[in-house]
Design a protein around this ligand. Sequence first.
Ligand code: 5GP
Ligand code: MN
Length: 336
Amino acid sequence: MKRLSEIFPLLEEPKNIVITFHQKPDGDAMGAGVGLYNFLIQFGHKVTVISPTNWAGFLSWMPGAKKVVDFEMQKEKALKALKGADWLFCLDFNVLNRTKNMEPVIKDLKCIKILIDHHEQPQTEVFDYGESNTDKSSTAEMVFDFIINSGHAKMINKDIAECLYAGVMTDTGSFRFNSTSADVHTMVATLKGTGFDHSQVHENLFDNFLESRFRFFGNVLLNRMEIFYEYNTALIAIPQSDLIKFNVKTGDTEGLVNFPLSIKGIKLAAIIIDRGDERKSSFRSKGGFDVNSFARKYFNGGGHFNAAGGKNSEPLEEVIKKFKKAIKENKEQLNS
Ligand code: 5GP
Ligand code: MN
């Protein structure tokens, strides 16, 4: 993988560009994706953003989000853009299986593939250019650096600012996590210079849920949360029947895994959701427990040191058993 700076001189030549990110994009994936879109269209490129799957309704306010193509719902349009692409930007993921059904298509593409990502252990051999930096708070911050380092700071407008702010704010837990460096605050100061309204961004992301989400949370915290004090661990396991009963939509489960992490003494919080086609898990830890390695070893996943995820094809009960066995095997690390 060659350095990202090597593509800077090529930015001004007109191109067909596709931007993609991981399935079920979060605020960072979508924010970085449409933030980059709003930058690249200023050069006159033809830019298409493709999401491997649908996304949460609370991300659709972002400038450019309405034009994002859903690979599962608009396959023909997505395939046409992918096949005609000169460049493919891959944001906020570093292993192709994070693009779900797009994986075989991306593998076959002969175009130039560019990685911008901050997760552990990248599959660098599949990308031509890129940057992978686990010290970065968010992919949104890396897109900001890309714009600045390529010498186009003046092109940062309100649209870009809203998207990148949403990304960095989401991935830093509203500027709480350790990854919130001085550079992050400097970036936000620069974004604020465009005059965008940051309170409105918070409102768009956090104050737009339906009542059903909170009824669902009530049920989960009362009936689906199990605490294993012996292992300083909490597990939430959600059967598909709950998703149906409470009319849970994509994005409604976001943030749920953080609740048990705020219980005194809990070092590892996990959530396993039976989505029907797969059992999707999320892991969060405090301090020295490495959930990236944990997710890789037991749940076909990965991510960051303190936030990771995975997926399994086995039934929910089997995945729960696997989890209980895994925490037993990690008892020492969970108690240190
Ligand atoms: P979340 O739990 O919010 O879905 O994800 C937490 C972190 O782990 C994110 O940075 C996300 O990109 C990463 N992650 C989530 N699921 C997977 C997965 O199945 N595989 C890998 N490699 N990373 C994941
Ligand atoms: Mn991210």
